[in-house]
Design a protein around this ligand. Structure first.
Ligand code: CMC
Length: 431
């Protein structure tokens, strides 16, 4: 016998309203308030969407209390340890792990789409040399809709697929070109005999006068950074992509919107902000001063790279990232780097300090990714672009899912209006 559908009863001014409750595969039940305004004439109020599900999804699941993250059911630790980025991209996009032939075809497709339209080079040249690479990425990715007209019709499934492949394939090229432009070096073309992560490293670090030998440990660490950032459920930038897409905007415009949102220091910009904070702290003996500032309610300073809206336990991505950081640091022999000494002492103190323990503020993924990227030789300004290129597949998978969801409609939140009530216009001489 099937169970009776669950409902909750809300009473407003003595009148009862039954609200359906949906049970997910796993995680807390979800109260369906879609008809609430129509029936009861009230809105719900939830700034920051801390209690609101905006969509149905089958892609990623997070249990922040337990520190669990899965993609299509597979735990992130297994994917980061046994799989690799392009296989995870396939999984996120299509819902299942590929067989050998499917993976080969997918990898070939992505590899063959890595070059940019030659005229886009002119677009880069319009930026100031000191532009932040994220500013360049927002502009260039948005401009893709002016170059790839044959993949902007969102009603055509084939065009949607081509746009997905183009974005995943071209994002490393765009990020590397943004970097090369800001340091005044010539652009390096992608090479089809290299894997995704090695190709990116080479496009960033080779110069025409000298090629770049990709170290397999660094390439593996790079691939892990991509994998660990591939998707993260309905976070701020993903929700931005979905909201932009809800109006029917083309995929390149939607992903540009996601990149813009990711840039903020509370989200993807945290890895850059974290490394800059470590540099500002400068030496181990100054850590207590910064810990005190982080605890001071009257000081807006926060320990960047600590805390998470959803994880109230160790971020499972941070656990894998820490292992990767250890491997890379051992390879590069940077034990005596003062920045890394500050990082490891800060981690130790924050993990044992009662303030951080009580508020469940653990080091997050960006704390460790910044350390790895710094050791690899990336400037801090490239940290968020690397996050953006990794997250592109997540944004695209969520965008695809949204477009095929019959329940999707334009996103249009309501508000709690606390401004003036209607009043009459006053002539300027009477104000
Ligand atoms: N340092 C010091 N105190 C903190 C920190 C921190 N990093 N994060 C949160 N708190 C305190 C905060 O002051 C508040 O205290 P109280 O309860 O006394 O008012 C309490 O912890 C809860 O904070 P909140 O702001 O209500 O939590 P939130 O869920 O809105 O914010 C966060 C989550 C990630 C924005 C925040 O922890 C933060 O600003 N962290 C630093 C930035 C960072 O590392 N962001 C990267 C997140 S991981 C990558 C990604 O997903 O983009």
């Amino acid at each position: 016998m099937s169970e009776a559908p669950k409902t909750a009863t809300l009473t407003i001014d003595g009148k009862n309203y039954d609200l359906p409750i949906h049970s997910p595969t796993t995680g807390p039940d979800v109260l369906d308030i879609r008809k609430l305004y129509g029936q009861a004439g009230v809105f719900t109020y939830d700034p920051g969407f801390t209690s609101t599900a905006s969509c149905e999804s089958t892609i990623t699941y997070i249990d922040g209390e337990e520190g669990i993250l899965t993609h299509r059911g597979y735990p992130i630790g297994e994917l980061a340890g046994q799989s690799h980025y392009l296989e995870v991209c396939y999984l996120l996009l299509y819902g299942a792990l590929p067989n050998a032939a499917e993976l080969e075809e997918f990898e070939t497709t992505i590899t063959r789409h890595t070059m940019l339209h030659e005229q886009m080079v002119n677009f880069f040249r319009g930026f100031r040399r000191d532009a932040h690479p994220m500013a360049i990425m927002v502009g260039v990715v948005g401009a893709m809709s002016a170059f790839y007209h044959d993949s902007t019709d969102i009603s055509d499934p084939r065009q949607r697929e081509v746009a997905s492949h183009r974005l995943i394939a071209k994002m490393p090229t765009i990020a590397a070109m943004a970097y090369k432009y800001t340091i005044g070096q010539p652009f390096i073309s992608p090479r089809n005999d290299l894997d995704y992560a090695s190709n990116f490293l080479r496009m960033c670090f080779a110069v025409p006068a000298e090629d770049y030998e990709v170290n397999p440990i660094l390439s593996r660490a790079m691939d892990r950074i991509f994998t660990l950032h591939a998707d993260h459920e309905q976070n701020a930038s993903t929700s931005t992509v979905r909201l932009a897409s809800s109006s029917g905007a083309n995929p390149f415009a939607c992903i540009a919107a996601g990149i813009a949102c990711l840039w903020g220091p509370a989200h993807g910009g945290a890895n850059q902000a974290c490394l800059e904070m470590l540099k500002e702290i400068g030496s181990v003996d100054r850590i207590p001063e910064f810990i005190e500032r982080a605890k001071d309610k009257n000081d807006p300073f926060r320990l960047m790279g600590f805390g998470h809206r959803v994880y109230k336990n160790m971020d499972p991505r941070a656990t894998v990232m820490k292992q990767s950081a250890d491997e890379v640091l051992e390879l590069l022999g940077v034990d005596d780097n003062p920045l890394l000494q500050v990082a490891s002492e800060l981690e130790r103190i924050a993990l044992s300090d009662p303030y951080f323990k009580e508020k469940k503020l653990f080091p997050n993924v960006d704390f460790y990714s910044g350390i790895i990227l710094e050791a690899m030789g990336f400037p801090t300004s490239m940290f968020t672009p690397i996050f953006a290129l990794s997250r592109t597949v997540g944004w695209i998978s969520q965008w695809k899912e949204q477009l095929s969801d019959p329940a999707h409609k334009i996103g249009r939140p309501r508000q709690l209006y606390l401004g003036e009530d209607v009043r009459s216009y006053t002539d300027i001489e009477n104000r």
